[in-house]
Ligand binder design. Structure first.
Ligand SMILES: [Fe+2]
Length: 370
């Protein structure tokens, strides 16, 4: 279709919105396809009643009594292309004796809490809070927390993680590949010897069923390696968010990893836009082709009210969403954001695990009311 317009409209998206009116973006292909910007008298999030299963959801994953205490994987949201889970791990000597291998897909761990090491056939990786650990499909690894750890884990079941296309801004924007944490084989040898540790059991997941392979001696006996397939870490401190000081950039500017059927984005602290007529909060929008999941990791979440770290929102495709009214009012006092959040945008509908029922904030759908 060609560009067409009528009535009140802006020349530049997210800028110069008429006083007292609201802009709503309706777009295909996750901010890359055909798109229109509607200027409305009131936000479309002013629904008074919702009758049926489709609604915005908010889950409190750190509510007392949820998780922790024992090593546990908990599925949260899923479809045939990805699974989003939480993993809680304690500091336990028995963690050092076994390894995990996932033949159902690549695993992307995001450390919400804790610190520790990952032992692999490629060497040792260190992790700490606010860090991604990317473990390609079928690569054997052992998580060895030095502090109780909580991870958000995104399993890529239909493709492999790739870096985002950085296009005009060049290969070193967003994060420089040189800052990725690489596995250290010698460090792992030293570490395992000093602990007298040996990994003799591998738990392998295939089709969500588990098989255990036993070994008589330490499985991690690699003498050396070369190649461009290996596990790595990426800390949010090493990420350089893109921004424009003049107009709000879409969430896609914050893409960290790309899969065939979803993307993982990271929202990081950044200054707000400086132009007086620039929208400073995320725009109201229908990201028509994507279910959106946002995990709130750290900081003050400027576009939402009454949020704390460890919450997760789920906005399925089918209705518009945007900032909360109090956030819109509060933003005029702010010059920067200090939030860290991980977003997973799924091309295909996600299903909620029944576990989430006990964590859901039932009145979240009303939270856009002024
Ligand atoms: Fe969104």
């Amino acid at each position: 279709m060609h560009l067409y317009f009528q009535g009140e409209h802006t020349q530049q998206a997210h800028k110069g919105i008429p006083e007292g009116a609201y802009e709503e973006e309706q777009g295909l292909k996750g901010f890359f396809g055909p798109v229109s910007h509607l200027i409305k008298r009131k936000p479309s999030t002013r629904w008074s009643k919702i009758d049926g299963p489709l609604r915005p959801r908010m889950y409190d994953l750190v509510k007392p009594g949820i998780g922790g205490g024992t090593d546990k994987w908990q599925r949260l949201l899923y479809n045939s292309h990805l699974t989003i889970s939480l993993l809680w791990m304690d500091v336990k000597a028995e963690n050092m004796g076994k390894a995990y291998r996932n033949s159902d897909g690549d695993l992307l761990y995001f450390c919400h809490k804790g610190a520790g090491e990952v032992w692999t056939e490629y060497g040792l990786l260190k992790y700490r809070k606010s860090e991604y650990i990317n473990v390609p499909k079928c690569l054997t690894h052992t998580l060895v927390p030095s502090e109780p750890s909580t991870f958000l884990v995104v399993e890529n079941r239909s493709s492999h993680y790739e870096e985002p296309d950085r296009g005009l801004v060049g290969r070193h924007a967003i994060y420089d590949p040189a800052t990725l944490g690489k596995p250290d084989l010698h460090e792992q040898d030293r570490r395992m010897k000093s602990l007298n540790a040996a990994v003799t059991e591998i738990v392998i997941k295939r089709g969500d069923e588990f098989t255990r392979f036993a070994y008589e001696e330490n499985y991690y006996d690699t003498l050396g390696w070369k190649g461009d397939l290996f596990p790595f870490t990426l800390h949010t401190n090493n990420m350089m968010p893109l921004m424009s000081h003049r107009a709000h950039l879409p969430p896609s500017a914050h893409t960290t990893f790309v899969a065939r059927d979803f993307v993982v984005c990271t929202f990081l602290p950044r200054p707000l836009e400086k132009d007086a007529d620039a929208l400073k909060v995320p725009f109201y929008h229908q990201n028509i082709d994507y279910d959106e999941v946002l995990f709130y990791h750290k900081g003050d979440f400027f576009s939402r009210d009454n949020l704390h770290a460890g919450m997760m929102s789920f906005h399925p495709m089918g209705f518009p969403h945007g900032p909360h009214p109090k956030a819109v009012k509060a933003v005029s006092q702010k010059t920067e954001t200090n939030e860290i959040a991980v977003m997973i945008d799924s091309r295909w509908p996600l299903f909620a695990d029944p576990f989430l029922d006990q964590t859901e904030l039932q009145d979240y759908w009303k939270s856009w009311k002024a």
